[in-house]
Design a protein around this ligand. Structure first.
Ligand code: SIN
Ligand code: FE
Length: 306
């Protein structure tokens, strides 16, 4: 693997049995510091039904450039992206449920500090090739970005993600990793606009956002968009290419690690949310880092609207 300074490699081929097992090294400080915890030998085994591209194509026919994944909400147990009468629906549902459990066991064992504060988000299965898929620049994950979503404000929450490359024929997933978050912010903050008067409240009233964006959400989304928009930055920013082999797993706070998925298919991903106040070191949260750049006017507006 090339470019290893942002990567902490762990030897596990199994998830430790409990938090005090000798191989249960706590990964919390590394991921909070913006590193990727990489487990080259920690394999999630895909149901062989999905090893054959033809059977995948027939059962997952609803997937397209527009909908790129099948997702599962562990809270509601609802599967999206595959018709309930599609061939292999039950197998797809089981993969997502099993992966949710795998990722949860991994994080609760290796991040015991987070304890009950961690919330389980969606599980997603992305069998399609990433490369060459048309999309608008804002949705183009082959451009370096930090994760922020237009309709889903994070507020105080961090976005922690577990990924596993489950490609049946052994294709790598290729990512680019950019510079540390603080450096990204110092470069981009001067070009991020302040919110318009009542903008955040209006977006909520019009149901464009699920809840009201905080100032943090506003600037994170701007940052996400401006990074993707700037093609010179995409080309010239300090970056490294990382190949995650099939059979590997990695854990990352995707709201601070600048990343781009360049190629690969068959990925499983589990999202978790954690209030930044429950981190080991809350000062490393993007909420805290961005806040240092808010103007006096931003702070006054914040005081008025809260
Ligand atoms: C992303 O989070 O930007 C995409 C990651 C991937 O699909 O590998
Ligand atoms: Fe992303």
């Amino acid at each position: 693997m090339k470019g290893t300074d942002m990567i902490i490699t762990q030897p596990h081929s199994q998830i430790p049995t409990h938090t005090t097992a000798p191989d249960a090294v706590e990964i919390t400080p590394d991921i909070e510091a913006g590193k990727i915890c990489y487990f080259p030998h920690l394999t999630f085994t895909l149901d062989p039904i999905f090893s054959n591209p033809a059977s995948v194509a027939s059962s997952l026919g609803g997937l397209s450039a527009k909908r790129k994944s099948i997702s599962y909400n562990p809270q509601t147990q609802h599967v999206k992206g595959i018709a309930s009468d599609a061939p292999h629906y039950a197998a797809a549902e089981k993969i997502l449920q099993d992966y949710a459990l795998f990722a949860k066991t991994l994080i609760t064992t290796l991040c015991p500090f987070y304890n009950t504060h961690l919330r389980v988000g969606r599980t997603s299965f992305r069998p399609l090739e990433v490369q060459g898929r048309p999309s608008s620049y804002r949705k183009d994950d082959t451009r370096l970005h930090v994760d922020a979503f237009p309709s889903m404000p994070m507020g105080e929450d961090r976005i922690l993600r577990v990924f596993s490359n489950v490609h049946p024929q052994g294709q790598e997933r290729i990512w680019r990793i950019g510079e540390p978050f603080k450096e990204v912010v110092s470069q981009f903050f001067p070009r991020l606009r302040s919110p318009w008067w009542k903008e955040r409240q209006l977006l909520k009233m019009l149901h464009i956002t699920k809840k009201e964006r905080t100032l943090y959400d506003h600037y994170m989304l701007q940052l996400h968009d401006q990074m993707k928009y700037d093609l010179t930055y995409q080309k010239c920013a300090q970056q490294q290419t990382i190949a995650f082999p099939a059979g590997s797993t990695w854990v990352v706070y995707s709201d601070v690690v600048s990343h781009a998925a360049m190629s690969g298919a068959y990925l499983l991903e589990q999202t978790f949310y954690l209030p930044f106040t429950k981190m080991r070191t809350p000062d490393l949260a993007p909420q805290r880092i961005l806040e240092q750049h808010f103007s006096l006017q931003d702070r006054q507006n914040m005081a008025i609207s809260t």
